[in-house]
Design a protein around this ligand. Structure first.
Ligand SMILES: [Zn+2]
Length: 415
């Protein structure tokens, strides 16, 4: 019997076990559930011990604990660091749930419960894949370290420090994160990149107080107008960002990626309908998926100036404000882009206003190259169950996880 047979034979009990995990209301955003969050961390630790992981323990952070477990018996094989989270989002509004959110219910072949798809279901699939290997073969084809976080839904405030503090213990050849959606139902998907962010606020001041347009209109600059004119200079007609140097470090799409993305079941008509778009928009020469996955952009997130109440007021506003952000792709550097943006804004601003640019939060873009052997291995793993078996997503997920370990093991440790 092989690992996949083991999974198929044991499939009946998996749902009941998953239900027990889903029944714990580990809502990290609500203080009254702190005990449940802790209980869930402990449930995961107990399960890790049951399936045969070693060195299992809760590692305290200033917030919720990280549940850790490993199996390091495959000498010479690669080491995976698996990341998942055991906390869930609040369930409001409760009346919109057809069944209680912490009492998992199966309807139309789907498991309904808070956390079933984010991220307890995925974590559980990896538990069962590990269990199948360890119970069937007494070993895993590679080494694995699990970290399960309890604060993902509240911003992962303590994760960076945790990783830094445990740097050597967490060392691995490849990180596996099972916490992103499928492209569409029945389309197993792998996310190998995420766009980064630079977020800024622009403040303009044209006078010390609001003025009356009857007395001053036409003689002083209007910060609302000036800001609109400045923002209009951020992109050209083809949708390209006009900040000089903005695209210098952008990694271009590979032909193979473009082909693979073009083959995805993406329907532009449905996309327009779903979001009420009269027409799609974006940088000329790229498809909608390419624009959102592989191209940087500039967006206005908020605009404020002058009188916005009911009726009319002939004010000439003293100030205007915009919140703007840029989505970045590899290898754009947030610090460099923020500096280029600041220089550009100062350059397009007329002398009639005072300009202040304040940088707010942000993040680096990330990508593993499409032809990376680990990415290719994951691709083979998610293809495998569909070719061989007709079982539900959940069962497929367990099998794909089990296959993933085998595929990664075949690559060996990178030089
Ligand atoms: Zn998640």
């Amino acid at each position: 019997m092989n690992v996949i047979d083991f999974i198929n034979i044991n499939r009946e009990r998996y749902l009941d076990e998953l239900k027990a995990l889903l029944a714990i209301p580990s809502i990290s955003a609500l203080p009254q559930h702190a005990g449940d969050v802790r209980r869930c961390a402990e449930w995961c630790a107990d399960e890790m011990r049951r399936i045969g992981l070693q060195n299992v323990r809760l590692i305290d952070t200033p917030g919720n604990p990280v549940t850790y477990g490993d199996w390091l018996g495959a000498e010479g094989a690669p080491t995976i660091l698996f990341y998942g989270h055991y906390d869930v989002q609040p369930v409001d509004p409760l009346e919109l749930w057809e069944s209680p959110p912490f009492d998992a219910t199966i309807r139309d072949g789907e498991i309904y419960a808070r956390g079933s798809a984010d991220d307890k279901g995925q974590v559980f699939m990896h538990f069962k894949a590990v269990e199948a290997h360890l119970k069937q073969n007494g070993r895993l084809p590679l080494n694995i370290k699990f970290i399960l976080e309890g604060e993902e839904e509240v911003g992962s405030a303590h994760l960076d420090d945790f990783v830094r503090a445990h740097r050597s213990e967490l060392a691995a050849d490849v990180v596996v994160i099972s916490d992103s959606p499928m492209f569409a139902r029945g389309v197993p998907s792998m996310c190998y990149g995420l766009r980064g962010l630079v977020y800024c606020q622009i403040d303009l001041r044209g006078s010390s107080t609001d003025l009356h347009s009857g007395s001053f209109g036409g003689a002083v600059a209007n910060p609302a107008m000036v800001l609109s004119q400045m923002l209009a200079q951020m992109k050209d007609r083809s949708g390209r960002v006009r900040i000089p140097g903005f695209y210098d470090d952008v990694v271009p799409l590979q032909d193979e990626e473009r082909k693979a993305w073009a083959a995805l079941p993406f329907n532009e008509k449905q996309y327009k309908k779903a979001f009420g778009l009269p027409k799609v928009y974006g940088e000329t020469g790229y498809t909608t998926l390419e624009r959102t996955w592989a191209r940087p952009t500039f967006e206005v997130n908020g605009l404020l100036s002058g009188f916005t109440g009911e009726g009319a007021k002939t004010v000439l506003p003293a100030v205007s404000m915009a919140k703007v952000s840029m989505r970045l792709v590899p290898n754009q550097d947030p610090d460099k882009i923020a500096a280029l943006f600041d220089t550009y804004v100062q350059g397009v601003a007329p002398k009639t206003v005072q300009v202040k640019v304040t940088r707010m939060h942000g993040g680096k873009p990330w990508m593993t190259s499409y032809d990376n052997p680990f990415v290719q291995a994951a691709g083979r793993a998610i293809e495998a169950p569909n070719e061989k078996l007709d079982v539900s997503n959940f069962q497929n997920g367990i099998i794909a996880s089990a296959m993933l370990y085998e595929e990664i093991a075949t690559i060996g440790v990178p030089a």
